[in-house]
Design a protein around this ligand. Structure first.
Ligand code: PXG
Length: 290
């Protein structure tokens, strides 16, 4: 237990160390994934690895392993930790360089896999719903750094989280530079309006969430109209239902936004239906490892 994978070897937690010259630390130069293990199955591993390769391609980082090798490394780490319910953090940094940001000084990327427990929001919020706010911090602009890329630099989200903390709520929604609703600090947002399921399109500047994709598929499978559409704060305030999705958050109902009560102030009907199907999928889908 407590074994961390670094570049092909497993180390005890206390002995798992990387260089202070790693550009992941010095510059946030790297990419990562957050993946869940449910009931001994790695949920949507293939989709997470595909996104990791897309993120790496954007930042021009060559992942030294194939998708098959990465799959094996993830499963080996989960098995070594004897975890049936877990959170996997898969990190690839530019590697060890010197005190200059030129990535050509980094001879090879570092690969780290941590498998541990995660509890993002207290359990009662999944039943009673979450209060959130829209915050002053805007999403990074597409042409500065695409929000589709899951990079090691999360300061944009961290600023939003600090603003939420200071307002006494647990999560923040960021708008993009034009004032359109984007996403939370670590989750995508959905609303239900007149029985349609709506979420911002990727071009607004959001991460292509694996949970977002899963929820959109569930919606369609349940015969619900699913639309990717731009939305403003007005659309949030007047929604019938609202929820957030993410690997950490799973599906969490939202009952208050900027002090406006959403719907009847309880988890909505479609939210409950989609959540029930999502929970079924987490127990039955994907890579069996035990
Ligand atoms: N948007 C952002 C900015 C994220 O960081 C999501 C959306 C949801 O994507 P997935 O693929 O997970 O459905 C994320 C994911 C944490 C934590 O420790 C954060 C995420 C995932 C897992 C854990 O806060 N963010």
């Amino acid at each position: 237990m407590g074994l961390i994978y670094i570049d092909g070897n497993l180390y005890k937690k206390e002995e798992a160390k990387i260089s202070v010259f790693d550009h992941g630390l010095l510059y946030g130069d790297g990419v990562f994934e957050g993946i869940r293990v449910y009931n001994g199955r790695v949920f949507k591993l293939s989709e997470h690895l595909d996104r990791l390769f897309r993120s790496a391609k954007y930042i021009m980082l060559d992942i030294p392993l194939t998708k098959e090798e990465l799959t094996k490394a993830v499963i080996e780490t989960v098995k070594a930790n004897e975890l049936k319910e877990a959170y996997i953090r898969l990190i690839i940094t530019r590697g060890v360089g010197d005190l200059g940001l030129d990535p050509r000084k980094c001879s090879k990327p570092s690969l780290i896999i941590i498998a541990d427990k995660i509890d993002l929001y207290p359990k009662e919020y999944y039943e009673n719903g979450l209060e959130i706010i829209t915050v002053p911090t805007r999403k990074n602009s597409q042409d500065a750094l695409s929000p589709c890329v899951k990079t090691l630099n999360y300061l944009n989200s961290i600023m939003a989280k600090i603003e939420a903390n200071q307002a006494g709520v647990l999560e923040a929604i960021m708008l993009n530079a034009h004032g359109y609703v984007a996403e939370g600090s670590g989750d995508n947002i959905f609303i239900v309006k007149n029985n349609s399921l709506l979420t911002p399109p990727l071009w607004v500047g959001v991460l292509e969430g694996i949970t977002r994709d899963t929820v959109m598929k569930i919606g369609k499978e349940l015969g619900i109209e699913v639309k990717e559409t731009v939305m403003t704060r007005y659309d949030l305030y007047t929604a019938d239902e609202c929820f957030l999705t993410g690997t950490g958050a799973e599906i969490i109902p939202v009952i208050k936004i900027d002090n406006r009560i959403i719907g009847n102030g309880k988890s909505g009907k479609l939210t409950l239906k989609i959540t029930a199907r999502f929970q079924e999928l987490t127990q039955t889908e994907e890579t069996e490892i035990y």
